[in-house]
Design a protein around this ligand. Structure first.
Ligand code: SAM
Length: 364
């Protein structure tokens, strides 16, 4: 039976073929539910903790176009992932809105279905710089919602963090545009680094209280090797909740979804909620159901993994969907990563010896 689906841009294309459900589980019995896809290794920001200019400068060798997964390749991997149990796709990077034609990719992904026939949730994590211009087109293409990174409301501090003099007002405009376009519920991510922006915690909470936006505070993590991470720079989530709770009393909210990374807290006066992501002080590996695809098509089973599995090579050597599905199932089936849980037992010497991947390469 041949079916077609009408794309919002007008062209009628074959509906993506659905594959039979497999429901793969890893060695710790964790399903694959969430696929994070890095669509570019480039970013227009040079956040000092993520893509510092000293490393990602003019001479930095970003990937060539033909090294990136094509939209067709991303669509195929996502279709197989849906058969394996994935319910949510998250586009990230680099800065995903820099990938030319991203709306076309979203349009293709929006046509995919779970084995039960439901659409996948399609989310995107962005620095917000292009949202004011692109929000409506992203929604039209089929994007479900966005998460926007915003580390400070103080313009001087914000610009010193992004290191490209990008004003925070334009990110705030982008958040409003995304809200107006219906790309909600919108989550806002603030990475908290002690001595840099921890003085902003309460101001950020106050600014986004009583708005439709859910602000999440993320502990600064030891990803990659270019950010010179040290534990002293981490502000534990418990301290963040304490600091906010002293001004605006908070009550814990029970998790609604298995594998939810943020612990949620609700303002007692009804002013909405915040989330804290305790990647360092309270690891959540036990429920981690996230797989990650790097820009050039490597499947990573952990944000802190040292090596990925090359799916692009498989795709470009003519593998069928069944072969791709078998490869992904066997990689997931062998998964036993729980890096964050064992982080504390790693000696500094061992930690330095691991060639960890950069956040800008694999996405958040
Ligand atoms: N460019 C997009 C953005 O800014 O959201 C997507 C990619 S960015 C790598 C994804 C998220 O990772 C951002 O929220 C960023 O702040 C966060 N991030 C980068 N390095 C981090 C670190 N060391 N610890 C915690 N979060 C980090």
């Amino acid at each position: 039976m041949s079916t077609t689906t009408k794309r919002s841009h007008g062209s009628a294309l074959p509906r993506a073929r659905m594959l039979p459900a497999t429901g793969v589980r890893d060695r710790l019995d964790r399903p694959m539910r969430d696929l994070r896809i890095s669509v570019t290794d480039r970013c227009n920001f040079r956040c000092v903790y993520c893509m510092p200019k000293e490393i990602f400068g003019r001479d930095y060798a970003f990937l060539d176009r033909n090294e990136l997964l094509s939209f067709e390749e991303i669509e195929r991997i996502s279709r197989v992932a849906a058969a394996h149990g994935v319910r949510k796709l998250r586009l990230t990077g680099g800065e995903p809105l820099l990938r030319r034609g991203i709306e076309d990719l979203i349009n293709r992904l929006a046509a995919l279905r779970t084995p039960g026939g439901d659409p996948l949730e399609i989310a995107l994590t962005t620095n917000g710089s292009a949202l004011a211009v692109k929000a409506a087109a992203l929604k039209e293409a089929g994007l479900t919602r966005v998460t926007v990174s915003i580390d400070s409301l103080d313009d001087a501090l914000f610009q010193s963090i992004n290191d490209v003099r990008f004003p925070v007002s334009r990110v705030l405009d982008g958040i409003d545009a995304a809200h107006a376009a219906g790309l909600g519920p919108i989550k806002l991510n603030m990475v908290v680094k002690r001595g840099v922006n921890d003085g902003e915690i309460v101001d950020m909470a106050a600014h986004f209280k009583d708005t439709p936006f859910s602000l999440r505070f993320i502990e600064y993590m030891d990803v990659g090797t270019s950010n010179g991470w040290s534990l002293d720079e981490v502000v534990p989530s418990t301290e963040i909740v304490e600091r906010i709770g002293e001004i605006f009393p908070l009550d814990p909210v029970a998790p609604t979804v298995t594998g939810e990374v943020a612990k949620r807290w609700r303002y007692r006066d009804g002013g909405g909620e915040i989330g804290v992501i305790s990647s360092v002080t309270n690891a959540f590996c036990g429920t981690c159901n996230r797989a990650r695809i790097s820009t050039e098509g490597k499947l990573f089973t952990c944000l802190f993994a040292t090596e990925g599995h090359d799916l692009r090579g498989l795709l470009r050597s003519g593998a069928s969907d069944d072969e791709l599905a078998a490869a992904m199932a066997s990689i997931w089936g062998a998964r036993d990563d729980r890096y964050s849980e064992i982080r504390s037992s790693l000696t500094p010497g061992l930690r330095e010896a691991r060639p960890r991947i950069e956040m800008s390469y694999i996405g958040g």
